[in-house]
Design a protein around this ligand. Sequence first.
Ligand SMILES: [Zn+2]
Length: 157
Amino acid sequence: MEDSFISQKDLDRIFGHAQKEHPRECCGIVTGPEKEAKGNIVYPCANIQNRLHDENPKEHPRDARTAYYIDPDELLKILKAAKKKSHSIKAIYHSHTENQAYFSEEDRKRALVWGEPLYPGARYIVVSVIGGKVEEFKIFAWDEKAGDFRQEKHLND
Ligand SMILES: [Zn+2]
């Protein structure tokens, strides 16, 4: 089998996290060696969207059922650990609950800074969880030429 940036085992871990967090959106990060899935680490992160929403509903109108926000402290720790291991940020994942797996306008905004990807080379994995079960997932990658994110075919498709 051809090598993918992520293994089925990693995906299963993500799906498990998505189902556990349901009906809240889950979020997390996958780091690993650039060229292979072996050695990947899946980091399930805390979705602090509910806290943000409770503290300032005007600024954060959505709660964790329809949005995610990775705990910045946790994110920093993961980035530091990745640097130490010479790992790259391979994927950022989150779930959509009672909704399909697509790259929303909000997801796009979050992934970009001044029109450039925040984590160049990182894929975005969106998992759809319906009624507590993973229904589908999609992978989106930055397309330099198009200047936009594009859905990527996964080997298991
Ligand atoms: Zn989303």
